[in-house]
Design a protein around this ligand. Structure first.
Ligand code: TEU
Ligand code: CA
Length: 549
């Protein structure tokens, strides 16, 4: 058992635009985060991961960076940043920043130079395809209306590559100067004392620069064709040698390739690359509108746990800024079951092997928002996919239903602090609508209610901290075919616990195997466990953890 602080940590993810606005412009800011640090500390979490706060024209809310060493004006100043970091460290909270270097903004100085002439010294910082060679073979773009990742630029009669929006040109990692620029950016923030990086879209940075045609249907398996390019490991090992290994930091890759071998290769400590990965398989479950299968959910989490049991480390999360709210997707956000199911899901996240991530607001049981008009949405991916669906003559009712459920804006609505206007997020007009349910779901109300989602979350974090079995213990799945209950044990030395989670709105009885002997309840989201011999009766969405004999 290889102990590490980042394995024992609980991470709290903040989408800064939506957390707390202190100057009335409707946009969250760094001073807002400073103001709320005592609240964050009260959750018991150890690390904050901040979505990008660098200078950006905000085509993709900060994931399009025009200056990696400056703070976005709307978010504050470098002095605010320095103060924020100091205040975090004072409270023993570490800071992990987003490192977005698969692409920059087209407004970054490098790109401005690069596009200005074919012999500019920065030309080779990006991928250019001279038009006299003909149109490059098609490449799918995540955010482009035309789904075309090659954008024609008349200044030099050439196409540039952008996997994301056309304002996010891909950096050319094959150029060693680009890599040195990235290391320089990393050192700049590390010198300030930050504690790690979340590496955005990192699996895509290395490319086969011949850009040959891809087989038909490749876009259905994009990670296989775009991910884990030929030199990725070489770049990571270089980055580790030159930067990462010089500091006591954590590094987490967004995306894990398309096989377990890929995932392990990124985080096998012997290879000296990164510390942990997160995969999309768990998050992609239930992306249809018909709900999801618990059996599949259990199978996916168990398979990933097994694959990384001996080497490497996983991130455990059910939500982030790119997907729906956890309780709306995997729980039940109706009035009756919202609280129970949200506590149940947090019990899951905080009792699995891997580092748990709590997305801001999920400690309160915040839900999806119900937008019905395209003008309500702010996310470039929503707006462009709407445009594309319309042009393709798709069924727009169906499209809007899907968007309503899956849109990234669902998870980006302002944090709900109290019952005053706009949930206490701002004195001005919020950049994105506040969820109308804020009067019931907010920090102030939940602080005062011992049975709230918030207070349960705090209790569950404390439990994880108290018992290392939750961090390091072996995981074993029980009843793999059960369609309502997710049950597993965690075991470390002579400590063994049983986690029972009813994922359904129906009561259910589980009969424990003869070798599982209950000692005592460690936590129960209903404070009411019902045991008869070897049977445990679970209420709808009940979550109980038992210490075993
Ligand atoms: O997202 C990248 C990402 O998650 C997807 O493109 C992913 O590769 C795809 O869904 C696989 O199915 C990151 C950020 O999280 C996101 O907010 C940014 O918009 C994006 O990068 C661009 O920087
Ligand atoms: Ca503000």
């Amino acid at each position: 058992m290889n102990k590490k602080w980042w394995k024992e940590a609980v991470i709290y993810q903040i989408y800064p635009r939506s957390f707390k606005d202190t100057n009335g412009d409707g946009v969250g800011d760094l001073r807002g985060i400073i103001e709320k640090l005592d609240y964050i500390k009260s959750l018991g979490v150890d690390v904050i991961w901040l979505n990008p706060i660098y200078a950006s024209p905000n085509d993709d809310n900060g994931y399009d960076i025009s200056d990696y060493k400056a703070i976005m004006d709307e978010f504050g100043t470098m002095d605010d940043f320095d103060e924020m970091l100091r205040e975090m460290h004072k409270r023993n909270i570490r800071l992990v920043m987003d490192l977005v270097v698969n692409h920059s903004s087209d407004e970054h100085r490098w790109f401005q130079e690069s596009r200005s002439s074919r012999d500019n010294p920065y030309r080779d910082y990006y991928h250019w395809w001279p038009a006299e060679k003909g149109k490059p073979a098609p490449r799918f773009s995540f955010f482009d209306v035309n789904s075309d990742a090659w954008m024609y630029d008349s200044t030099t009669n050439a196409y540039y590559l952008h996997y994301f929006s056309r304002k996010q040109p891909d950096l050319k990692w094959e150029n060693p100067k680009v890599r040195q620029e990235v290391y320089d950016i990393m050192r700049f923030w590390l010198a300030k004392g930050i504690d790690g990086f979340r590496m955005d879209a990192f699996q895509y940075v290395s490319k086969d620069t011949t850009f040959k045609p891809l087989p038909e249907g490749y876009e259905k398996d994009i990670i296989k064709y775009y991910g884990m390019g030929p030199n990725l490991h070489e770049y990571l090992q270089e980055m580790n040698r030159e930067v990462i290994s010089q500091y006591d930091i954590m590094t987490v890759a967004e995306g894990a390739g398309s096989t377990f071998e890929d995932a392990i290769s990124l985080v096998d400590p012997e290879r000296k690359e990164l510390d942990m990965v997160y995969h999309f398989e768990g998050m992609d479950i239930g992306n249809g509108l018909g709900g999801y299968s618990l059996k599949e959910f259990k199978e996916v989490y168990s398979r990933w746990d097994n694959a990384l049991a001996d080497k490497g480390w996983l991130s455990i999360f059910l939500a982030n800024h790119d997907v729906p709210r956890m309780v709306s997707k995997f729980g039940n956000d109706g009035d009756v079951f919202r609280q129970a199911s949200s506590k149940m899901l947090n019990t899951f996240i905080l009792s699995m092997r891997g580092t748990p991530y709590c997305y801001y607001g999920d400690e309160l049981g915040m839900t999806n928002i119900d937008f019905d008009d395209i003008s309500d949405y702010k996310d470039i991916s929503a707006i462009n996919s709407y445009q594309a669906a319309k042009e393709a003559g798709k069924d727009m009712d169906e499209f809007m239903k899907k968007l309503n459920f899956l849109s990234r804006d669902n998870a980006r609505t302002p944090m709900q602090w109290d019952t005053t206007s706009y949930a206490g997020f701002t004195n001005g007009t919020p950049w994105l609508a506040v969820n109308p349910n804020f009067k019931a779901i907010n920090v102030e109300v939940e602080n005062n209610d011992p049975a709230s989602c918030l207070n349960y979350f705090r209790k569950m974090v404390q439990l994880r901290k108290e018992y290392p079995v939750f961090v390091y213990g072996d995981y074993e799945l029980l009843f793999p075919d059960h369609e309502q209950v997710y049950a597993y044990t965690r075991e470390l030395d002579d400590e063994k616990v049983l986690v029972l989670l009813n994922f359904s709105e129906k009561p259910v009885k589980v009969t424990l195997p003869a070798n599982v002997k209950l000692k005592e309840v460690m936590i129960d989201n209903m404070d009411d466990d019902e045991v008869e011999g070897s049977d445990v009766n679970l209420k709808p969405y009940q979550a109980i953890i038992y210490l075993l004999l």
